[in-house]
Design a protein around this ligand. Structure first.
Ligand code: MN
Ligand code: MN
Length: 315
């Protein structure tokens, strides 16, 4: 790890938060894992450059998280694993590569925080997590979309179908999962009804915003219970004024502070894995605000991992 007082934070090769780029066989608490894949996008491509942009924006992340009162680095082994192998142009093969590559990460005992990549990659992640858990995992998702369509242009493997495929494969436990933040024009009411019919609990963005972070946290805990649980964050849940660099933007999304507060409300929960997806840097502003926000979302996940198991206390 590079001391920010010894060398300016903008120097050196860009790894996530200046963590060492290593693939140790054990002794790791958290591995940051890039998945530079965007063949599964339906509108604006570019998320293949997400991991690179998020890493670059992450160098200003400092160790101490004041809101959760935790040092996310000191005394904990956090490495940048680098990127998993992908196959541009072939989503189905890439999902299999991700399942294999992430399985290798999980065998070290590390908890992965994956930087996408379009949302298709979550199917590979969930395969790896369910294989490790030996049962389907609950999903806590913040996203403008439910991603439970059956197919688009005849394609069954793309970023809008991942959670339906995951239910079909028996790797996700919909009755223990909560999808929140959905908004924007749909093809019809069935878009969200289908997600509910699959067994998911769905909160639209308006319904989510009506909850305080504490109420949201309670709702999530009640839903998940004691299931192994994965936390997913699609950057398009945040308003495109603050996160323009994404493939499928929808207006009237969360403010950044709302998104961070909902994440912090989950403090104490023990997640088996995390991801931040759909950051497409070609559409970012000159200050790279989307990549910066995504880096900070990953930082919140690091903090959640660091305080997992800590008794609940008011934020
Ligand atoms: Mn999504
Ligand atoms: Mn989305």
């Amino acid at each position: 790890m590079t001391d920010g007082f010894a060398a300016p934070r903008y120097t050196g090769v860009r790894t996530f938060a200046r963590r060492p780029h290593e693939r140790p066989s054990g002794g790791v608490d958290v591995a940051i894992v890039g998945v530079p894949f965007d063949t599964g996008t339906s509108f604006r491509p570019g998320a293949r450059f997400g991991p690179e942009a998020i890493r670059s924006a992450s160098v200003l992340l400092r160790p101490y998280h004041p809101a959760l009162d935790v040092d996310v680095f000191t005394g904990r082994a956090v490495v940048d694993w680098g990127d998993l192998a992908v196959t541009p142009g072939n989503a189905e093969r890439t999902v299999a590569q991700i399942a294999e590559g992430l399985g290798e990460v999980l065998r070290t005992g590390a908890t992965p925080i994956v930087l996408g990549g379009d949302h298709t990659i979550a199917l590979g992640e969930l395969r790896a997590h369910a294989a490790k858990a030996g049962k389907p995992v609950a999903v806590v998702l913040l996203d403008a979309h439910a991603d439970t369509w059956d197919a688009y242009y005849g394609e069954r493997y793309f970023h809008g179908t991942v959670f339906r495929r995951a239910v079909e494969e028996g790797i996700v436990w919909p009755e223990r999962s909560l999808l929140a933040g959905m908004r924007g024009p749909l093809y019809g009411p069935e878009d969200l009804d289908d997600a509910r019919d699959l067994g998911f609990e769905v909160l639209t963005c308006d319904e989510l915003r009506a909850l305080t972070p504490e109420e949201y946290g309670e709702r999530v805990r009640a839903r998940v219970g004691d299931a192994p649980v994965f936390l997913g964050f699609d950057i398009d849940v945040v308003d495109p004024a603050f996160a323009p660099a994404t493939g499928t933007p929808e207006v009237a999304g969360l403010l950044p502070e709302e998104a961070l507060a909902y994440l912090r409300s989950l403090a104490g929960m023990a997640f088996c894995g995390f991801d931040v997806v759909e950051v497409a840097p070609p559409y970012d502003g000159p200050g790279q605000q989307t990549a910066l926000l995504a880096a900070n979302v990953a930082y919140e996940m690091l903090a959640l991992h660091a305080v997992a198991g800590r008794p609940e206390e008011p934020l």
